[in-house]
Write a protein that binds this ligand. Sequence first.
Ligand code: GLY
Length: 592
Amino acid sequence: MSSFIVIVVLAAVAGPLAGSAILPPAHTNQPAAALPRETIRFADGWSFQPTGAPATGRGGAVSTTDPLATEIGRQVLAIGGTAVDAAIAVAFGLAVVNPEAGNLGGGGFMVLRQADGTTHALDFREKAPLAAKRDMYLDAEGNLTEDSLVGHRAAGVPGTVMGLGAAHARFGTLPWKTLVQPAIMLADGFKMHPRLANSLLHHQSALTRFDGTRETFLPGGTAPREGDFFAQPALAATLRRIQDQGVEGFYRGATAALIVAEMERGGGIITAEDLTGYEAIWREPLTFTYRGHTITSMPPSSSGGATMALMANILEGYDLAEMGWGSAEAIHHYAEAARRAYADRNQVLADPDFVAIPLATMIAKDYARSRGKNIDPRRATPSAQVGPGLAVVRPEPTETTHFSIVDRWGNAVAITTTLNSAYGSLVTVAGAGFLLNNEMDDFAAKPGHPNQFGLVEGEQNAITPGKRMLSSMSPTIVDNPAGELFFVSGTPGGSTIITTVLQTVLHVIDFGMRVDQAVLAPRVHHQHLPDQIFWEPRGLESDVITRLEAMGHHLVERPEFSGDVQAIMRRSDGTLTAFSDPRKGGTAVVLP
Ligand code: GLY
């Protein structure tokens, strides 16, 4: 489907707003002025060198991982929708054009900053089904099975549709039907574009494991190629039920019956009671300060905000700008802060509705001072002296997705949403056309043993019926010291989400980078265990690696690039710049 059809559809359903549906051309990551910060130089051979300033405007900005989803967001803003309206439409659109991560059958988190500065956080994370058992992923010998990752038993109770419904009920200004409509049109069929064609080809073998998934995504037995017409009629029917009946069109009636039937067919445990009982929760946003800026992110059941707060509070005691971006000294202090923060994350964080967590302590400045005081400026502290255990990192799936939207009034939305691994559990609900998540693997299926991200978590995050599994998703909004909206950021990347988002924040606050530089810069990651600094291919100079190794760090070059940041920056005069991470090929637009 062409973007023109989306315009026509929006125009047809938007009533009086339709008059503004003929749109000026978008600005799409266009090069412009020369770099202002000549002092920031990325490693020789690094794949993502800045080419010039991204386009600017004041009419709103959208950054997502997929060009069709970005176009939906742009058009909702252009017909007068707010950032929340655009976010709802984009999220439904991603469920169609980004099935590896965008979803109806998964969950996520939304952080919202309204133009008046008030902030909100919405938790629509999946929950363990009521029939879930603590040891449900252990075999008779007590070893972990693959059931938390693949198949019907891997799925938690989906939260996305309830989350979007809750966001619309509280903050939506355009009709629900208008916001669901572009996704329906895309599900009725669109011309396959390179990003999704490549993804389907890459995951072709995994997508054959379950009949419904093979029939949906490999029509005729093979992955559709670029330019092929690709339709998802069962998904379109589900979206129409959601459009007509609201969240009830998913959690009750025909869609719920199809989910329960799929569970019965494949030995899954989600019931009608699980679906009718699901609730999204408005939580107190997690807020902390960093060098005079105010950072708003997600509280538990995500670990993102709290872990970033502890890292940032430790790092505030050091002059990173003086050390220099990309220097061995700056990376050393960053890794030492991450090592300590992740050790705490893995021990204490979990669903606050089920376990007590020392959140106030973890994000307090004085706790960070004591936690960081044994950082040796010249030597790495072995993780064995900071926390227990050993682990091996398996290749890290990055198939969560994040998008950032700011409207012309200054309302800002950051949403990170996921099925967990690429294409989730690999199970498509027959007749309903959407994939189910494999989020149950984000519980500590066997406390003290690594999950797919190599995270070694404790009893706090053990499986309990109705509990939300701990997440790393970190949708984040930053205010400048004057209390004005300054920066919106987020990314996929499993356990690396937290360090990726925080690095973009440090890039703009400590190193004065522009939004494109902050996203393009190579990133490093440490998560306590395994005791290693991971770095992106060709992202570090060899002398920096040598110096870090001399300090006692173990460095591991990742096989692939890490993350997919969608970022928007706002200057005090209201000018917006947006940049979509080229690591996955997304698109950012700014409205003039
Ligand atoms: N499934 C990735 C996360 O929630 O952290």
